[in-house]
Design a protein around this ligand. Structure first.
Ligand SMILES: C[S@@+](CC[C@H](N)C(=O)[O-])C[C@H]1O[C@@H](n2cnc3c(N)ncnc32)[C@H](O)[C@@H]1O
Length: 273
């Protein structure tokens, strides 16, 4: 059997068309990286083994060497592992391994920190991804995830998601240049305007717009393309995350957290007993 056979294969191929057609290096700033990881900090990584499940082109992974880990591993089902390898090599950090594999089936040797950012909501079975996060975390280790929220995303769910269902069936370049690019222009202007004053705080996507407005047009376009290219997206409620955290006895319940981020996504994690 082909080891890359997976029900998420089309999704991973779609993302590879995004990740493998970008300039080298991370698409995220250091501030964005740190914000995605908080409450995880350098202290949780220094001298530790780290695994990213669904590493894309390594845009998060290649910030990790700055936190002085002992070892870094990344897993992705898509051909984005090629750009991930290159981006990691450019960091100068030597002790890393990138593997092309279905993360839901991945069973490594156990890591001090396992994170899965922007991935679970694209899986056919998000719970299988979460189980892999837990399975790959060492006893006493930490896990950290980030997903699109059901809460705070009404505009995206009713406007962007129906477009995604069509756009994800088209050639990637058509979606990137002829759909994502024109669509993101009005949102770019909207975000730049509403992020200037708290007067707009009741407007849709206010908090998210304040976050993304710090970046330029190409980052907006990257995010829009990322949303439109994928055949599979679900929006996950706080209640579902709470159920996941409650369900597994190996999670140290006193360490578990769920944090609302930018008014439209959830960070969650904890420690494994
Ligand atoms: C939105 S990208 C996030 C990449 C990276 N974590 C980041 O935040 O920049 C989602 C990634 O998950 C990968 N992916 C989707 N399903 C997968 C699976 N079953 N196994 C491994 N990777 C998968 C895709 O190929 C894609 O690179």
């Amino acid at each position: 059997m082909n080891t890359l056979e997976s029900e998420d294969k089309k999704t991973a191929e779609a993302f590879a068309s995004s990740w493998n057609n970008l300039p080298g290096g991370s698409v995220y700033t250091v501030d964005q990286f740190e914000d995605w990881f908080a409450p995880i900090t350098k202290a949780d990584v220094a001298g530790k083994t780290v695994l990213e499940l669904g590493c894309g082109n390594g845009s998060l992974l290649c910030h990790i060497p700055a936190w002085q880990p002992a070892y870094i591993e990344g897993v992705d089902l898509g051909d984005s592992v090629l750009s991930c390898e290159k981006n990691m090599a450019q960091t100068g950090f030597k002790n890393f391994k990138i593997t092309q594999f279905d993360l839901t089936k991945f069973a490594g040797s156990g890591y001090d920190l396992v994170y899965c950012i922007g991935v679970l909501h694209h899986l056919k079975k998000p719970i299988d991804g979460f189980e892999s996060v837990l399975r790959n975390t060492k006893p006493g280790g930490r896990f950290h995830c980030w997903v699109y929220a059901k809460e705070g995303n009404t505009v995206v769910i009713y406007i962007v998601d129906p477009i995604r269902k069509i756009a994800s069936k088209l050639p990637w370049w058509f979606t990137k240049y002829l759909i994502a690019t024109p669509i993101v222009v009005p949102y770019f202007i909207y975000a730049k305007i509403i992020s200037t004053s708290k007067m707009f705080k009741k407007f849709p996507l206010y908090e998210y717009s304040c976050w993304i407005a710090k970046r330029g047009f190409l980052f907006f376009r990257h995010v829009a393309f990322d949303q439109l290219v994928t055949p599979q997206t679900v929006y996950i409620s706080k209640q579902t995350i709470q159920e996941w955290l409650d369900k597994y006895p190996e999670i140290d319940k006193s360490s578990a957290y769920i944090i609302f981020r930018n008014g439209n996504s959830w960070k969650f994690g904890g420690k494994k007993k």
